[in-house]
Design a protein around this ligand. Structure first.
Ligand SMILES: [Zn+2]
Ligand SMILES: [Zn+2]
Length: 84
């Protein structure tokens, strides 16, 4: 039985087991196996090593921070620390 959350939604590549990367927690839209793609938001060409400006960098974030961005119900919360 595969674990869908480990499968890249861009190219379908599936990790055999959790490896500590953010894609353990949510499926990646694009991964290192994906060919360069065109961003639907800004139209620029993106790749795994050269993301377009509108991608949020997860580099340096702790797992807790990443979990805070992605709420328990799967809703993407781009600003979890905001206090309106
Ligand atoms: Zn991929
Ligand atoms: Zn973009």
């Amino acid at each position: 039985m595969t674990t869908p959350i480990l499968t890249c939604t861009g190219c379908g590549a599936t990790k055999p087991e959790p490896d500590g990367a953010p894609t353990d927690l949510f499926p990646s839209a694009h991964c290192g196996n994906c060919p360069p793609w065109t961003c639907e938001t800004c139209g620029q060409t993106c790749s795994a090593t050269a993301l377009c400006p509108c991608w949020i960098s997860l580099d340096g974030m702790t797992t807790a921070d990443i979990k805070a961005i992605f709420a328990g119900d799967g809703t993407f919360n781009v600003n979890p620390v905001s206090n309106p």
